[in-house]
Design a protein around this ligand. Structure first.
Ligand SMILES: N[C@@H](CCC(=O)N[C@@H](CS)C(=O)NCC(=O)O)C(=O)O
Length: 271
């Protein structure tokens, strides 16, 4: 079947930030698939922290979209308030890392090796791992969510990066993926070629390393895939630009400490 033609002229623009693990899924895909910047241009958003220490992504300065919107509030651009966002030359926007990747894949002809297996079962295995990361892992171990739950909803106070809730969800879901990969992994998550599943697993492993997870002893298959991904120059380049193999701290610890000190005690059911 012929590929649908990309409907408008000019490059797509990916609004992303190097601290964002969801953005990294897409930048890994772009590098590994060899998508040229004439097809997809990277646009870094602004970045700061609010009074709680929580990261806030903003529209970049001197960007035509920021000027058109008249604000740096990311929600004016994307009501979800999140990155990544893919902007089409005709003004349409796509959000969510998985659909962004599949849209780019479907619209262009690519020189690089395919990143979805031809076999339907293996394609589903790739998407299964993507979904476990995107839907069942990342949202629950997300540091902004943990900070807010401590400050506003009476959750146990602990360092956000190693919070028990975060460790629980990473371990639970990595355990499931370890089991799945025992059936389908080769050199990489599904077989011996890089797939979208690897683009999803790598940023989540960086988060797990920041949380202190001992990957080789706890999740040996994941660790094998991780080591093989690190040996790929395109992957290494993306990680280098994002601060290395371990996800760097990107919330403000001092602001968080003040916010957590002032946190309200847990409310009883009757209040
Ligand atoms: N499910 C989304 C997740 C996107 C996401 O959580 N992005 C984070 C950065 S990794 C973000 O922009 N957070 C800002 C916020 O929630 O206010 C995807 O796959 O793209």
């Amino acid at each position: 079947m012929a590929k649908p033609r990309f409907p408008t002229d000019g490059p797509l623009r990916l609004y992303y930030h190097h601290t964002s693990s969801a953005s990294m899924r897409v930048t890994l895909y772009l590098r590994c698939r060899g998508v040229p910047s004439s097809h997809v241009t990277l646009v870094s958003t602004g970045f700061g922290t609010d009074e709680r220490g929580i990261p806030v992504y903003t529209m970049p300065q001197n960007d035509p979209e920021t000027e058109r919107l008249g604000t740096t509030d990311l929600k004016a651009f994307n009501p979800e308030g999140r990155v990544p966002v893919l902007l089409l030359p005709d003004g349409r926007k796509m959000t969510q890392s998985g659909p962004i990747i599949e849209l780019i894949e479907d619209w262009f002809d690519h020189d690089g090796p395919p990143m979805l297996p031809a076999d339907p079962w293996l394609r589903a295995q790739v998407r299964r791992i993507m979904w476990i990361i995107a839907a069942d892992t990342q949202p629950y171990q997300n540091i902004p969510f943990i900070i807010q739950a401590i400050g506003e909803w009476g959750m146990t106070k602990a360092p956000p990066t190693e919070h028990p809730l975060r460790l629980h969800f990473i371990r639970r879901e990595f355990g499931a993926i370890e089991h799945i990969m025992s059936q389908c992994a080769g050199k990489f998550s599904v077989g011996d070629s890089i797939t979208y599943a690897d683009c999803f697993i790598v940023p989540q492993i960086r988060n797990a390393l920041l949380a202190g997870i001992d990957l080789p002893s706890e999740f040996p298959t994941l660790n094998r895939v991780w080591e093989n991904m690190l040996a790929v120059p395109e992957v290494h380049a993306v990680l280098d630009q994002a601060g290395g193999v371990v996800q760097p701290l990107f919330f403000d610890e001092e602001k968080f400490a003040v916010y957590a000190d002032n946190a309200k005690p847990e409310k009883g059911l009757s209040s």
